[in-house]
Design a protein around this ligand. Structure first.
Ligand SMILES: O=c1ccn([C@H]2C[C@H](O)[C@@H](COP(=O)(O)O)O2)c(=O)[nH]1
Ligand SMILES: [Zn+2]
Length: 164
């Protein structure tokens, strides 16, 4: 059949688009072990905000520690702002009530609290590598109690290459 006058095939689905944006955002992270990206989307599929894991403003990426082990004060964990929280805090438009969150790593318990309190109602996540940790178990308990829906992103085989 003649395809003239018909729409292009093979375009990105909404989930591919928003998870792709979340992953692109994660590529800004300086964390050498886990780069996490988040993208918040309105109920009518408009991008509202983005974030990635990194140190707060004024806390130099070259001076604060990126290590994972040893004295807690010498690891990243006490200092890094998580991608989801950054995306929530980056939003300048008012309410996030009813919004969706696309995130490359399942949110921890602290992010779950912020997500619930911000009114986000749906989470689409990619990796859940810390599923067995108390943090993620607690996160799921709170999300379930608060009626926040979450589902795993269905990876497609699509490779997105962008030359910049
Ligand atoms: O909800 C979350 C949980 C973690 N992160 C960030 C925080 C850290 O920068 C990394 C995790 O580091 P590991 O070396 O894998 O322990 O991920 C986040 O952004 N959101
Ligand atoms: Zn978190």
């Amino acid at each position: 059949m003649d395809k003239k006058g018909q729409k292009r095939q093979g375009y990105l689905s909404w989930d591919e688009y928003f998870m792709g944006v979340a992953m692109l955002s994660g590529m800004r992270s300086k964390d050498p072990h886990s780069q996490v990206g988040a993208c918040i989307v309105s109920e009518d599929n408009k991008i509202l905000s983005m974030g990635y894991n990194g140190f707060p403003k004024g806390c130099s990426d070259d001076e604060f520690p990126w290590g994972r082990e040893g004295d807690p004060l010498d690891t990243k964990y006490l200092y890094v702002t998580h991608s989801e929280l950054n995306a929530i805090l980056n939003y300048r438009g008012g309410s996030l009530e009813g919004a969706k969150l696309y995130v490359s790593l399942f949110p921890c318990n602290e992010c779950a609290k912020a997500i619930i309190q911000a009114g986000i109602k749906t989470i689409v996540y990619d990796c859940d590598k810390y599923a067995d940790t108390p943090s993620v178990i607690a996160s799921k308990k709170m999300l379930d109690a608060a009626g926040v829906r979450y589902y795993k992103y269905n990876r497609t085989d699509r490779e997105i290459t962008i030359k910049v």
